[in-house]
Ligand binder design. Structure first.
Ligand code: ASP
Ligand code: MG
Length: 426
């Protein structure tokens, strides 16, 4: 995960530097509407009106939509009832169906409101992916057809979240993947910007449901947003930010219920200032797995993590240590991958190793590009845990973040205290 981040960082810290305008000249704007924005027929009609108004104001819109809210979860639930372990073409085809419904209704609504629109599934656009079902990555996008519609004043309404393999299988990009469809389209076309419409007005310095004193951020850097996305903030799909950073696509995250601007996700040189910590992010549910003792040496670790990788399980934090009885290994995985992980552990772990699974864990992180040249952030971070008497189970850091795994019960308390400590409270 971190590899992607480090390769694009240009370490120019623009303190009080020029305030570059965000908008460029192209009139094409990719507009992505999330599940709640198309959550009912009334909301779909609102979106249609908004798209037409923007088009009249001179924009050339390309719309991307997610499934109506709750729909993908409903499909996942049915799939799990049939077979919780199945992953493959049938699962992806099922999950992708939600977007088909949303784009059809939205295209109809645009036409009803006097505009011109065409609904397009991934295979009709030519959004080609690799063959990793449920976590597919886009490999290419054919922009010809899209552009020909745009030129004629017809709004393409593209299904988010889905792709097609070279041999015509439907794939999906991972939960929340419509953002990635939108940013990838914007990059492929060279759009002016990518608007992500959601039910929140902006990116906040923390999840306001957890930290009521969280503030709205007017700008945030790609790098910080990537950390936020990979650390559990559900605001944007991780891959979407990675692509935006790589191709310098400004993302404008805003509410579909309000006209005002939200948060711009931009490159670091467009930031006004770099606070030491710009946000406190959390992942409410993670699972810590403790294995002790495991066979000495790195052979066991290499085999275990290779097998987890083969199952596409993203291992997050790993710590390893020795004591007189042998090697201890702790690592964390997302809750949704626990069933697969347990199956695999049952196969690879020998009888003499005890396996402890700690559920009901959360990860709390502080993120900020300013951390790179401010010492003492870790000290302030751990002082808070000491004051709050919150035990820490695992820790990990990068040059712009520090994360700790804590018991779910302690999450709120420690999040609020960290938010205050780093001067983020409103
Ligand atoms: N509908 C898909 C999901 O719920 C994709 C998305 O919403 O971005 O994961
Ligand atoms: Mg989303």
């Amino acid at each position: 995960v971190l590899k992607g981040i480090s390769c694009f960082i240009v370490c120019v810290l623009g303190y009080g530097a020029m305030y570059e305008p965000i908008k460029t000249n192209s009139a094409i704007v990719v507009k992505k509407f999330g599940g709640t924005s198309v959550g009912s027929l009334e909301r779909i009609a609102n979106v249609a009106a908004r798209v037409i108004a923007d088009q009249k104001a001179g924009e050339l819109p390309i719309v991307v939509a997610s499934a109506m809210s709750g729909e993908t979860n409903r499909l996942v639930k049915m799939a799990n009832e049939v077979d919780p372990y199945y992953r493959g073409p049938a699962y992806d085809m099922l999950l992708a169906s939600g977007e088909q419904v949303a784009i059809s209704l939205l295209a109809m609504a645009i036409e009803k409101a006097g505009g011109k629109a065409v609904p397009l599934l991934a295979h009709q656009v030519g959004i080609q992916t690799d063959t990793i079902f449920s976590k597919a990555r886009i490999v290419s996008i054919d922009t010809k057809k899209l552009l020909s519609y745009v030129e004629k004043g017809i709004v393409p309404v593209v299904a988010g979240f889905q792709g097609v393999t070279a041999d015509d299988q439907i794939t999906t990009l991972g939960r929340g993947g419509s953002d990635t469809t939108a940013v990838a389209l914007a990059a492929a076309i060279g759009a002016r910007e990518c608007e992500i419409y959601t039910d929140v007005p902006a990116v906040f310095s923390a999840d306001p449901r957890l930290v009521p004193r969280a503030r709205e951020l007017s700008r945030i850097s790609f790098e910080e947003m990537m950390e936020m996305a990979s650390l559990g903030s559900k605001v944007l799909h991780f891959r979407s930010v990675e692509i935006a950073a790589k191709y310098k696509i400004n993302i404008h995250l805003r509410s579909s219920f309000e006209a005002r601007e939200g948060t711009w996700v931009v490159s670091e040189d467009k930031m006004l200032e770099n606070p030491v910590v710009s946000s406190v992010t959390h992942d409410p549910s993670t699972v810590v797995i403790k294995l002790y003792p495991v066979p000495e040496g790195v052979g066991f670790l290499a085999d275990l993590f290779t097998q987890l990788a083969e199952k596409n399980i993203v291992v997050d934090i790993i710590t390893q240590s020795f004591d007189d009885r042998g090697q201890r290994l702790n690592f964390s995985v997302p809750e949704e991958d626990l069933a697969q992980t347990e199956l695999l552990l049952a196969k690879v772990v020998k009888k003499e190793t005890s396996v402890e699974i700690m559920r009901e864990m959360s990860k709390i992180s502080v993120i900020g590009v300013g951390m790179k040249n401010h010492p003492g952030v870790a000290a302030r971070f751990f002082q808070i845990f000491k004051k709050q008497e919150v035990p820490v189970h695992l820790v990990t850091t990068s040059d712009i973040k520090i994360s700790a795994v804590v018991d779910k019960d302690n999450l709120k308390r420690v999040a609020e205290a960290l938010h205050k400590e780093f001067d983020l409270d409103v």
